[in-house]
Design a protein around this ligand. Structure first.
Ligand SMILES: Cc1cc2nc3c(=O)[nH]c(=O)nc-3n(C[C@H](O)[C@H](O)[C@H](O)COP(=O)(O)O)c2cc1C
Length: 168
C-alpha cells in the first residue's frame, strides 16, 4: 500500500534527473526490411541471460526503427567506441535520412539483414523472441544469432554528454 503511494509521487522529470547521473554504454540499434534500413542511438540495452544468449532493448514506439524491428523480427546492437561518437550523434538526430546515418562507418548486413557496424566494442545480431509493451516503449527481447567483439575505449553517456571509458 505504502509502496503504491510512493510510486505515484515520482514525476517523470524527477526520474529523468536521477537517471542522468547513471553512466550507460552507448549502442546503435539497427534493423532492415527489404531495402529499407534504419536505426537509433540507445542506452536502454542490456544482457538478459547467457543461456541462451539473450539481449533486451527498449525502443520508443515513435522511433522509426521500432516498426522495422517489429516487421523484420530482428535487430542488431552495436556498442560504440569513443571514436564512433559521431555515429551516435547521427543516429540520435531526429528523423535524419537513414542513408546520411549510414554514411559514416563500415556497415555490413548480418544474416537477418540488420546492419552490423565494424570496429565496435561489441556487436550482436538478434532474432526477436518476445515483445513486451511498456508505457511509451516496446521492449524487444532478442536471441543472439551472431556477434563480434573488439577493443578500444568504450563510448559512454552520462549527464547529457558522451564520455570515454578507457579499456584498461
Ligand atoms: C544517449 C542517448 C540514448 C538514447 N537512448 C534511447 C533508448 O534507449 N531508446 C529509445 O527509444 N531512444 C533513445 N534515444 C533517442 C533516440 O536515439 C532518438 O530519438 C532517435 O532520433 C530516434 O530515431 P528516429 O529519429 O529515426 O525516430 C537516445 C538518445 C541519446 C542521445
Amino acid at each position: 500500500m505504502q509502496l503504491d503511494a510512493q510510486i505515484d509521487t515520482i514525476a517523470p522529470e524527477e526520474f529523468r534527473l536521477a537517471m542522468r547521473k547513471v553512466a550507460s554504454p552507448v549502442a546503435v540499434i539497427t534493423a532492415r526490411t527489404g531495402t529499407t534500413r534504419n536505426g537509433l542511438t540507445a542506452t536502454a540495452v542490456c544482457s538478459a541471460t547467457a543461456d541462451p544468449p539473450t539481449l533486451l532493448v527498449c525502443i520508443n514506439r515513435g522511433a522509426t526503427a521500432e516498426q522495422l524491428i517489429t516487421d523484420s523480427g530482428a535487430f542488431a546492437v552495436n556498442f560504440l567506441t569513443e571514436e564512433q561518437a559521431n555515429i551516435a550523434r547521427l543516429f540520435s538526430t531526429s528523423k535524419l535520412d537513414p542513408e546520411a546515418r549510414f554514411a559514416e562507418g563500415h556497415w555490413l548486413a548480418g544474416g537477418t539483414g540488420a546492419p552490423m557496424l565494424a570496429n565496435t566494442v561489441a556487436s550482436f545480431e538478434c532474432r526477436v523472441v518476445q515483445t513486451v509493451p511498456c508505457g511509451t516503449h516496446s521492449i524487444f527481447i532478442g536471441q543472439v544469432t551472431a556477434l563480434h567483439s573488439g577493443d578500444g575505449p568504450m563510448l559512454m553517456y552520462r549527464d547529457g554528454y558522451f564520455r570515454r571509458l578507457a579499456a584498461d
